[in-house]
Design a binder for this molecule. Sequence first.
Ligand code: SF4
Length: 341
Amino acid sequence: MDDPLLSVENLHTQFDTRDGTVRAVDGVSFDVDRGETVCLVGESGSGKTVTCESVTRLIPTPPGEVTDGRIVFDGDDLTEYSEKRLRNVRGNRIAHVFQNPQNALDPVYTVGAQIVETMQFHRDVGDAAARRRAIDLLERVGIPKASTRVDDYPHEFSGGMRQRAVIAMALASDPDLLIADEPTTALDVTIEAQILDLLADLQAERDMAVLFVTHDLGVVAEIADRVVIMYAGKVMERGDVHDVFDQPSHPYTQALLDCLPGQGTELRPIEGSLADPVDPPDGCRFHPRCPHATEACRREGQPPLHAVANGQRASCVYYGSDRDASTVLDGPAASQEVNDD
Ligand code: SF4
């Protein structure tokens, strides 16, 4: 089997704040293969965005810093790259799309000029061909009359159109890996579907890998090959999307899926609030909100990612060899049964 295109190994990223050190990403590991889509999922503050920004060192330093771990991209550890070397990877082999298009577009240049510039910065392509490709990309992301709108300035585009232009710009360099952080959140469902279709087409055409951050499990179900569920800077569960949706194994994944409308039950918000990022709970980080938490969950560290089945893994004590996983999979909530040891 081929090596993964991207391997995030035991990544630690922290921020020094006035309130103390925030361990935003605390020992996160996952792979992304060529041509596949991996979705990072979790509530706000789970560390999804910081994980993505750590890959090409986009986190503001200081106050942020990658303190440990490896980010192996196509065989090379990016944490060992100089800033100069990393600039040749960023926007070229690895492209980012963020939620807010304002930060990515320069108001004094036309949209087309910015797409052309991105293309020509990384590729040897003439002006006419680059312009044709810019128009093609704008058409493909759903900009009407792209051949004339290519000469518009960003302020002449609506918010949704600007976001689509940013996606076109990211695709202009034919990246091997596209990191997309909630790129469709601000778009209406029709345009969102169009963008997701476009990404799927491009993956098929170019074997492009996508690391996609979202809190929308409907989008995950539609586009993901694999899913990584994050909570309070840690991976709670990861696996093939079908396995995770068919049999959510970690109580946090179960709670997220229970929040989805159309599950046959009323929408159920997850009880409790997110962990304090400066002073997260000891033991399993999810224990204050977990209906199955036992004394061991509060006392011991975050459980390892135990194998569940078919490569599916869950960071929960119940998947250890000495426990009965059926308690979590289909048993009643055990929060009051503090009798495990
Ligand atoms: S049962 Fe314990 S280890 Fe498993 S998710 Fe709940 S609190 Fe964490």
